[in-house]
Design a protein around this ligand. Sequence first.
Ligand SMILES: [Zn+2]
Ligand SMILES: [Zn+2]
Length: 281
Amino acid sequence: MRVSVLGTAQDGGVPHLGCECARCERARTDPDAVRYPASIVVEGAMRILVAATMDVRHQVRDVDAVVLTHAHVGHLPGLLQFGREVADADRLPVYCTAGLARLVRENDPFALLCEHDCIDLRVVEDGDTIPVGRRRDPRTGDAGAGNAATGGDDADVLRVRRVAHRDELGTGTLAVSVVGDRTLSYVPDVDAWSPNLVSWVADADAALVDGTFWSDDELPRQAEVPHPRIEASLDRLPGDDSVWFTHLNHTNPVLDPESEERATVERAGFGVAVRGQTFDC
Ligand SMILES: [Zn+2]
Ligand SMILES: [Zn+2]
């Protein structure tokens, strides 16, 4: 399988509505400075999008399925683009928690996606797997050899995991593991690093993790939006060049490749994810 990074910003992207900071002002005139909200696409025999951001139309042409991680604004509203007004999908499989499935099914305008058979909601809970299948060789069309260690083509899956994250609607948050010959943990949005979560990141061959804020003083109301600060994460997570920060708020100084904070991240053995980055799993 191949995992491609489609976006690395917090929910609102860069530029951020209402913000006059230099980074956001630059992104309003320089397309190269725009950052889309965090999402990935996992390509095996199927192409599975993880998170439906408001910028989804810039991020993918089409996909075979979607995993919705949670109900926050950077991760759900892009689902509407699969409705009749735009992609007019035909029973696109959409994987999410039972609570989020209920929210989509019972609330317009999302409910129309179900009524029009554009999407097919499939409930997944902690530990469940979603088959991805082997990626075809672009030249020969062959699927790669099965993975003897884990049992062949069926072994290529996404495994979902419940994580603790602000849950105003009671619909929960999922992170995912991409499990093939190698594993990648994708955990872009969490309140804090629990010991379990730290081991989950450390045990994976690679990880894309919550790097929303660098420090505690980026927003006036930051106490209301708990996220692990990168400054502290550098001491909790393994600095072995396998962990990249994503879901970066527009205020985060690591967005600037020349910043002292970026240099600190790299010196500690971590990376800052960028759109277009790929991981083979
Ligand atoms: Zn988010
Ligand atoms: Zn800004």
